[in-house]
Design a protein around this ligand. Sequence first.
Ligand SMILES: Cc1cc2nc3c(=O)[nH]c(=O)nc-3n(C[C@H](O)[C@H](O)[C@H](O)COP(=O)(O)OP(=O)(O)OC[C@H]3O[C@@H](n4cnc5c(N)ncnc54)[C@H](O)[C@@H]3O)c2cc1C
Length: 473
Amino acid sequence: MNTIEQLEADYLVIGAGAVSMAFVDTMLTETDASFVMVDRHHMPGGHWNDAYPFVRLHQPSAFYGVASRDLGSNRIDETGSNNGFYELASGAEVSAYFEQVMRQRFLPSGRVSYFPMCTYTGDGQFHSLMSSAEYDVSIRRKTVDGTFFNTSVPSTHQRKFDVAEGVTCVAPNELPRRAANHKQFTILGGGKTGMDAAVWLLDNGANPDSICWVCPRDSWLINRETTQPGDAFFHQAVGGFAAQLEAMRVAASVDDLFERLEAADVMFRIDPSTNPTMFHYATISRGEIDQLRRINNVIRMTRVSHIGPDQLVMASGEVLPADPEILYIDCTATAVQFTENKTQPVFESDLITLQALRAPLVTFSAAITAYAEANFDNDAEKNRLCAPVALADNPTEWMASFVGNMINQNNWSQNPQMRKWISDCRLDPFGGLSREAIAADPARAKTMASITENAVPAVMNLQKLIAEAHATG
Ligand SMILES: Cc1cc2nc3c(=O)[nH]c(=O)nc-3n(C[C@H](O)[C@H](O)[C@H](O)COP(=O)(O)OP(=O)(O)OC[C@H]3O[C@@H](n4cnc5c(N)ncnc54)[C@H](O)[C@@H]3O)c2cc1C
């Protein structure tokens, strides 16, 4: 009979993805606690292990990852579609980073026991995916669930459409290897992965007319210029935030708000004649938008239900002719399971469920959760400071997540120690701003004053617009 190995730790952490890594990292700094980390993957970093080769962070590397270690070298790119902005780590860089954090910080601390290639089954128990080894953890303090977002990426997700034999339909992971053997391409999915696949094809010389894009929903997109950290980008980032609040204060409807945000260069849509119904925080540069606008063959408002050798059957019932030689690129994975992304209390007696506290910055949120766990005594206070913010699927939900972010930010700023910790934390994009530079520059001081003035009216108007949008369905 198989014996069960007994382990002991203060915290049992399920998952060693970005979110769990950010939580444990801050706990190591703030406490003396010990951790058992369990993950099905062979390396830390979660879904980044399964990423397509041309994936990059949406946001600058400067504020992604764990609090204790820089990701990348804080360089400004000088070429490509991110020219002029802070570097964006590739998937390989993100994976290597988390592996180094584990190998160079967590394991040498002597306080982290890491069990890759293992699956957690509940009640403190997990087993190896490679052998018959089974483990039972005696948990002194809490279980930490780092799997809430249930991230789904193309190489591992379950397709919701059929593909006939002989049709070539691949995850974007295979695109660089397969593309040269095809003259026509059909991209399935309107999210950031679909955009990445389209930009990859165009950047590598594909003729825009050789690309068909099945884009069931158009998306509002965040202008990456407004996400740049630090004083050098004050005008774009803090100024962009001030412009958002101004638009939110005066907007008369959801549509009016987004038109104002677009006019203020805070948001983009690829085709200005559409009314986007999707919002997944996809962040993009103007250069990528210009590339995507070169694709004219876009199938909108319907999904693919079946791909046959010479036809595409859409969920709407429409049947479109198709060339048997087309390379289909499946970009339909949802990343985060948005429809199931209801929130639950972060702190529930002996369970911590890591969620977004400032959407969409999930690693920053996990680090703050760790700070709260380490520095506050009771769950009521911890939950007040760590109110989960549901990640948005559509524009109205984004407005709700913005309100949640603002309320959390306000609560954090009331506590001087927490405010100081956050402003020193590399994961806060606004953290490194110099007070002296603001005080010395009347234009910057004016921007900050406008943020202070507009914050409350903007949140109140957003709440009104959200209620009106719900009332009208
Ligand atoms: C392509 C892409 C780009 C992104 N870019 C950004 C960005 O720029 N900025 C940003 O903030 N966010 C970004 N995101 C959002 C992203 O979801 C987070 O950054 C983050 O990587 C999610 O980490 P996670 O730990 O929540 O999930 P995961 O990476 O899914 O990790 C969870 C881990 O838990 C393990 N697990 C689950 N169940 C069990 C079990 N029962 N037993 C053992 N192990 C289990 C899984 O194997 C997995 O390794 C991006 C997402 C994608 C898909």
